[in-house]
Design a protein around this ligand. Structure first.
Ligand code: ADP
Ligand code: MG
Ligand code: ZN
Length: 503
């Protein structure tokens, strides 16, 4: 296998000048059901290997699958939320192939009659442009086990041996497939990312999955092809597998566009194949040549009856749909009275839920917003993490805000407390107590510091006395320094002015 980094890449601008990209997104979502798709095995993530298996999910002879009703319910709700039609009768099908992580030698999936079809998802690009992505289908299937390749880089190539864990085999999945996404031009990578982001938010709101991309509960395959600008016929696509973060979706699509354009520009042909995305350097490398559907010899699963949700049940489920994320966003924006631009920034840094939870813990919305988008955003940046992954809870932020409101902390001190929480030094109040950070309330202690500062700067004292109140800033600064930032600057200023007889 050739190293991906040797691919020649065309400059992105040149790609766009000569080609139109076409995208197709396939997203697998692992449903958060307590048990597997066709048996009663638990689905807990991270359990000891091969402790969550039974004859059904490891395909022992004579075992029979039984459909998990909760999984069907989730699939229907996903379909409805994606504006799909729900098929009154749909079949499971066997998709036949050998792979060691597939103990039955076939995967139970759906083929030509998926439970949900013909829908759409409206997404919003980071600059506010709306984009409708058409959904071809959402079908149910079961997950495979996991292979662990030991030795080498973790890929099968270069490994000394492989281990198999079937805990995941049979976990319910819904695969959501878009129709070809055309007309994006240079925005293709952005559209791909915005789509997966919107889908993730929707699935989270539906509460059907924990949508953790890092744990594989949401997995994205990105199909990309190029055609000469203006051409109607699609080019040959590649399918980049298991792109496991939102950022990676964008990076992978962009990389494939640049790589395919270089191949085409040099008179070559894009090969229809799966490609692996390398998180580390943002490149893709060739996987297997793509099979066609015929290769899998799909046939109706003989051990399972058709799924026939009655229309009353579907109707009932449609009433369980949550407030959709974008509707909720518009409502929150109206409540907070912020501009489209500010709201977009809040969404883009992932601050909305954190701010809401902070207000629910008692903080005023304005203060909650300001903490998350300024100081905490900076901290996330320097600590190279996402806002939501900072080791501070909205309740802790609300506590710090309360301490400021009560006058126990200045903003500067509050920032020190927050840094303490982020560094793992404990709860806000604990940190205030341990470090003696509380604002000095005692006027007599402050008066002493004010007197000292005025005595050390007689010329400034005179200036203030003569009416140049702004000159008081220097004295306030000295007092703040002397009290290690623990004085309330407004109170210090009052004392300074009073001391020189100016009100
Ligand atoms: P497969 O079984 O090969 O994964 P699917 O039909 O499940 O095929 O998914 C293919 C995805 O690629 C769909 O989203 C489809 O809309 C999209 N697609 C089809 N043809 C092209 C093309 N030429 N370029 C880009 N995307 C395409
Ligand atoms: Mg597919
Ligand atoms: Zn089982």
């Amino acid at each position: 296998m050739t190293a991906a980094t040797t691919d020649s890449l065309l400059d992105y601008d040149d790609v766009i000048a000569s080609y139109d990209p076409v995208l197709g997104m396939e997203v697998h979502v692992e449903l958060g059901t307590a048990t597997k798709m066709f048996c009663g095995c638990p689905t807990t993530f991270g359990a000891e290997p091969n402790t969550q298996v039974c004859p059904v999910c490891i395909g022992l002879p004579g075992s029979l699958p039984v459909v998990n009703a909760k999984a069907i319910e989730s699939a229907i709700r996903i379909g409805l939320a994606l504006n799909c039609s729900i098929r009154p009768s749909s079949l499971f099908a066997r998709k036949n192939y050998f792979y060691p992580d597939q103990p039955k030698n076939y995967q139970i999936s759906q083929y030509d009659d998926p439970i949900a079809y013909d829908g759409y998802l409206d997404v919003v690009l980071p600059d506010g442009t709306p984009w409708r992505v058409e959904i071809e289908r959402a079908h149910m299937e079961e997950d495979t086990g996991k292979s662990l390749h030991i030795g080498g880089t973790g890929r099968i190539h270069g490994a000394s041996h492989s281990l198999l864990d079937y805990n995941r085999a049979g976990v319910p999945l819904v695969e959501i497939v878009t129709r070809p996404i055309e007309g994006t031009g240079e925005r293709a990578p952005e559209v791909a990312r915005a789509y997966v982001t919107a889908l993730r938010d929707l699935l989270k709101a539906l509460d059907v999955s924990d949508v953790r991309m890092d744990q594989g509960s949401l997995r994205c395959d990105a199909n990309v092809s190029l055609k000469p600008t203006g051409a109607t016929e699609f080019g040959t696509r590649t399918e980049t597998k298991n792109v496991n973060s939102l950022k990676s979706v964008e990076v992978a699509v962009r990389y494939e566009m640049r790589r395919q354009a270089a191949v085409l520009r040099d008179g070559g042909e894009v090969i229809q194949e799966t490609r692996h995305f390398a998180e580390a350097d943002g490149t893709t490398s060739a996987g297997r040549r793509k099979e066609t559907a015929e290769d899998y010899r799909y046939f109706p699963e003989p051990d399972l009856p058709p799924v026939q949700p009655d229309s009353a049940w579907v109707e009932e489920l449609s009433k369980t749909l949550p407030e959709l994320p974008w509707v909720r966003r518009a409502r929150i924006q109206a409540e907070w009275g912020v501009s489209d631009e500010v709201m977009r920034d809040l969404v883009n840094v992932g601050a909305i839920d954190l701010i809401i939870e902070t207000t629910e813990a008692g903080a005023p919305a304005e203060a909650a917003r300001s903490w998350w988008v300024s100081f905490l955003a900076q901290q996330a940046n320097t600590r190279e993490t996402e806002l939501a992954d900072l080791p501070i809870t909205p309740a802790q932020v609300a506590k710090v805000i309360a301490l400021v409101t009560e006058g126990k902390l200045t903003n500067k001190l509050a920032q020190q407390v927050v840094v303490g929480v982020l560094d793992g030094d404990g709860e806000p109040e604990q940190i205030v107590a341990d470090r003696g950070l509380e604002v000095v309330r005692d006027d007599s202690a402050l008066q002493k510091a004010v007197d000292d500062a005025l005595a050390a700067n007689p010329d400034i004292a005179d200036k203030i006395r003569s009416g140049k109140v702004a000159a008081a800033g220097k004295i306030v600064g000295d007092v703040m320094k002397a009290t290690r930032g623990q004085a309330d600057p407004a109170r210090v200023k009052e004392l300074v002015l009073a001391s020189v007889g100016v009100e």
